[in-house]
Design a protein around this ligand. Sequence first.
Ligand SMILES: *Cc1c(COP(=O)(O)O)cnc(C)c1O
Length: 471
Amino acid sequence: MTVAQDLPSRVRGCSNASHQPNGASEPTNGHANGVHKSPHVVDGFATRAIHVGSEPNPETGAVIPPISLSTTYAQDGVGVHKGYEYSRSGNPNRNALERTLAAIETGGSEAITFASGSATTAIVIQSLGPSAHVISVNDVYGGTYRYIARVAATTQGVESTFLDLENIGPGTEGERRLIQALRPNTKIIWVETPTNPTLRVIDIARLTQVLDQQYPPHSPNASSRPLLLVDNTFASPYYSSPLLLGADIVLHSLTKYINGHSDVVMGALILPARLAATTEYLRYLQNATGAVPSAYDSWLAQRGIKTLHVRMKQHGVNALRIAKALQQEPDVEEVIYPGLGKERSVNAWRNLSPHAKKWIENEGLLGEDGSFPCSGIVSFRLRKPTPHATDDEYAALASQFLKNLRLFMLAESLGGVESLAEAPARMTHASIPPEEREMLGIGEGLIRLSIGIEEAEDLLDDLRAGLRSVY
Ligand SMILES: *Cc1c(COP(=O)(O)O)cnc(C)c1O
């Protein structure tokens, strides 16, 4: 079985409510909300993050779930058990974490966790079966590109098209290219927003609209509609709720913001109730491939989620402040932040979750220039040391700047409470061919910051001192 077999029922089941283009309100069909089974259905994001999956232990009353390390479970009779048989198939900590994830990724019904974000990607692609065609945003996470274009191309005959999806408004060249790329065997559209490291924002509701037009519900074409997957790692469930904008699957590397403390590698998928058969098959693959997270990591990630909203707000406030301050620096050429700058911030606002919009509006955080906090990644370009500096000279400047920082640690990854800085051209994105890097705007002077939740003033002083040290 492949997910394609699920498509007819999926399309039948998708009401207008779950494909609202504006995404301003929660779905009204009652099924797409992950907490419909629990009494927490009316609770806000923070309350769900803290309570769902963390109910007091019925035996001891312990407020925090115990870590359940047992690999196997005693049965009262053959096949008579308490819901657990063997820890790869199900574990109390993993199951609890999955319930929490389904509750915080608004519009979700079930979550399935994996040993890493990359294992999650591999299993989604595997689920498409042989000879599927994948359309992906062109500056997708490097490991995702590698799995689709290199691994799955060889092992499953997967075909792929990588597209610039930033501009797909009605009548645009981008829309035309997207429609042209659709094939009868296109099974999935893979989106990341904001992208890494140039933070392009893709309008999820618009993508849904294009799919609705190409595969009208109830038309003969509806059954070949590809799934829309959004890798929501960079925005986190706090800043974006892609399932409310019509996405079918949300993917997270929990390694980043969701765990948030740089001490767990894990991934997850969250799906809405209307995709029950796809969910069931992906859960089957979770057990069959065995790429599962440990009980301890599940416990840690759940602990991390309890402060996700607080962390994300502070990441956003700090990042916006630093992005604005960097714009004033003479040695900084361009600052990229999704909540800053006219066009980018329009799409970023459209993708913002209802709870983030409410927070920003209630706290008066929407600037007169239209800026707003939108997650914690800021990228910027250092000025060239001299107008005719070579790539190596430019890279050396970037490297010296990074080495001279005191608080920002020179490291890959992102999303932890501590601030990190890196040079994508020579680190995270070094495997991309130079011409392609050039096209994506990943030059030698580009710096990516993962803004932590330290004092913003200290972080700014650190960056300013770093700039002064190299110019
Ligand atoms: C890190 C990351 C991944 C891969 O996750 P791992 O947990 O490192 O395997 C996928 N997508 C994005 C956007 C990421 O940042």
